[in-house]
Design a protein around this ligand. Structure first.
Ligand code: NAD
Length: 295
């Protein structure tokens, strides 16, 4: 496999100035709006996060989250549970948070210890407090188009697409990747907009022919550089959800997306990695917290 090209966020934007969807700045605008809303309402808003064990990446994520929450006026309460906690311990903790009236927004850091069924635990989170949109009730409500808390990455993708001004009704959209928490909710949100949606996965035949016809391509497969320029129709909107850590020729590990950066020469719009879907996803979580807390 050829190694994806590397650019810093700033280099990237300068290379594709007319086409980049700047998730960093759009995310900052959303965070500012959340902060203004929290200030206006004058009520305390908090996020309660459960972290089981000592996974290093989850701990870094939790620290970053605490800082981001503070910036917008959200009190971040971390609930650490011991490594090796069993299902019953995690379940009891979630149940007590559900019953606590002060707790209005709950998120669960992953991974959970081996042997603890993640989906079973996620299904316990009270739907009205489930700010990651992982409870099947919230997922189901998306299908019905009812007001609910929607998975943050899917919301972020829709926000970025809307920023381009494309009319989604009748647009042909291909989503490369069909996971429960990313690809499938994106597909449903696009269907709600009356787009024509193709959900592709690793078994899809003729994927390149499908994407070449698409007005919008969303890459969410977790395969570095999967989507190539020749897969893309001129002027299409391309959203790169992938976050892949790959070692460059210089031996340094970097973050790259699922889309070859040279797609920017063909596409009308492209969300970069890093600096696209990632920061917007963080902003959507904060917006969900405000929605849950101030409902
Ligand atoms: P997943 O492994 O659960 O699902 C991957 C999906 O892609 C599956 O449906 C699989 O069939 C499909 N797929 C794999 N290889 C393919 C191929 N060659 N062609 C077509 N389809 C293929 O992954 P996930 O949790 O949905 O995450 C996908 C990517 O998005 C990862 O890189 C992940 O790190 C990233 N991600 C980003 C954010 C964000 O906020 N930016 C959030 C969540 C996940």
């Amino acid at each position: 496999m050829t190694e994806p090209q590397q650019h810093s966020h700033e280099e990237y934007l300068s290379l594709v100035s007319a086409k980049a969807i700047d998730g960093k700045s759009l995310g900052a605008q959303v965070r500012q709006a959340v902060r203004a809303r929290i200030e206006r309402c004058g009520k305390p808003v908090r996020l309660d996060a459960v972290l089981v064990g000592t996974d290093a990446a989850a701990q870094v994520y939790a620290q970053n989250q605490a800082r981001t929450c503070k910036e917008v006026g959200i009190d971040y309460h971390l609930h650490p549970l011991p490594a090796g906690s069993e299902y019953a311990t995690v379940a009891d903790h979630i149940t007590s948070m559900n019953a606590d009236g002060v707790v209005r927004a709950i998120m669960l850091h992953l991974p959970l210890p081996a042997g603890v069924d993640t989906e079973r635990v996620q299904a316990l989170i009270a739907p009205e407090k489930d700010v990651e949109g992982v409870n099947p009730v919230n997922i189901g409500n998306i299908v019905y188009g009812r007001r609910s808390l929607v998975p943050c990455t899917a919301l972020a993708v829709l926000e970025l697409i809307e920023h381009t001004g494309i009319v989604l009704r009748g647009a042909r959209c291909v989503i490369v990747g069909a996971s429960n928490i990313v690809g499938k909710p994106i597909a449903v949100l696009l269907m709600r907009e009356e787009a024509t949606v193709v959900s592709a996965n690793k078994y899809t035949k003729g994927l390149r022919d499908l994407t070449r016809e698409a007005d919008v391509v969303i890459a969410a497969a977790g395969v570095p550089g999967l989507v190539k320029p020749e897969w893309i129709k001129p002027d299409a909107v391309v959203i790169d959800v992938g976050i892949n850590r790959v070692k460059g020729a210089d031996g340094v590990t970097k973050t790259v997306g699922d889309v070859e950066p040279s797609v920017a020469e063909i596409a009308g719009w492209l969300s970069p990695v890093p600096g696209g879907v990632g920061p917007m996803t963080v902003a959507m979580l904060l917006r969900n917290v405000a929605d849950a807390a101030l409902a």
